[in-house]
Design a protein around this ligand. Sequence first.
Ligand code: NAD
Ligand code: MG
Length: 385
Amino acid sequence: MTDRRTGVTLLGATGSIGRSTLRVVARHPDRYRIVALTGARRADTLDSLARDVDPDFVVLAHEPSAGFEPRWPGEWRYGPEQLAAAATGVEAGIVVNALVGYAGLESTLAALGAGRRLALANKESLVAGGELVLEAWRAGGGELVPVDSEHSAIHQCLVGRPPEEISRLILTASGGPFRSLPADRFASIKPEDALAHPTWSMGDKITVDSATLANKALEVIEAHLLFGVPYDRIDVVVHPPSIVHSFVEFRDGSTIAQMGHPSMEIPILYALSAPERLPNEFRPFDPIADGPLEFEPVREAEFPMFGLGVAAGRAGGTQPAAYNAANEVAVRAFLDHQLSFPGIAAVVEKVLTHMEPRPVSSLEDVEAADVEARSRAREAARTLS
Ligand code: NAD
Ligand code: MG
């Protein structure tokens, strides 16, 4: 009997989005089958996930440590080049890119180029690749369905309406753990303070990005690229309860919002099933119990990573890739106690003022900007620490 289930290749299975995706797929065994799982370094974790779902193969992007003996008896592939190869695997109808950072770009390009449905959590690949990703999407004829909750919300509100009918996108932001902290206290913020997010439980990198609001700048760029809406018509509003995931204002005066409790399993399920809606066990939104739904403006002056990112998006070309790379380096240095919290923005600002946006026509153009920005950011972080 032929298997009618949709194959799912899950890149970044050992991470936060990866684990949530496995929970979502496990609730719909009649619809989806995991074809491949990938991880970076944690071979034991990947091994135990593989024993649970029994995929066709697994990929470990880095060589395992000496003495690692897999208990799952299936096919193990090693090396970063195997990630993009997994994204084009013959049976995979859907590729979930839950990698973190620039490392996901080649997989995003490969999945779209092969005409797959790409369920994209790895926003950094879209931001850094920009036009290149859009070209792969057009040329491959596949689908790009966002997993990011704000963009999933917009996708759901749009239901296919074209950019000219949209008068404004309003992305919501939780505001992160320092939403109301006075700026003169920012210098004493420790990594563990930044990792304590009030409403979402996520990987370390995006949690720090949420604390600096770099995440929201990446999301503004992501929205611009995904929905073709100019930057002038993309706004951000802080919404601490994280119930309204974003709004679309249409030219006829209607504003439509998508709501739900803050769980990534809802946008992940939608990215797999869209436009169909499958049953889910989540507690629905209750207007009385879950109110009031407060909104406040972004404190742009106190959170410079937001404005720097949006400016990089507006500058276009290689500048979003440079912003992203500098941020990745600065966040790592902050998590390693090598850089202060305000130092993240100082590093990124320094890198961007030294880099001119160049046009992007190939992966090499993006890579060159990524490499240069990383090297400048490491240097800037050294001089600041
Ligand atoms: P995470 O750190 O928890 O997981 C990242 C995964 O990528 C892991 O499986 C890790 O092994 C793998 N990985 C990391 N570096 C790699 C490399 N160089 N090569 C190969 N594999 C590598 O991150 P996360 O929180 O799950 O986030 C994943 C992506 O989803 C990010 O782009 C993030 O911005 C986005 N996102 C996450 C959330 C969330 O709730 N966690 C929400 C919205 C968007
Ligand atoms: Mg988001």
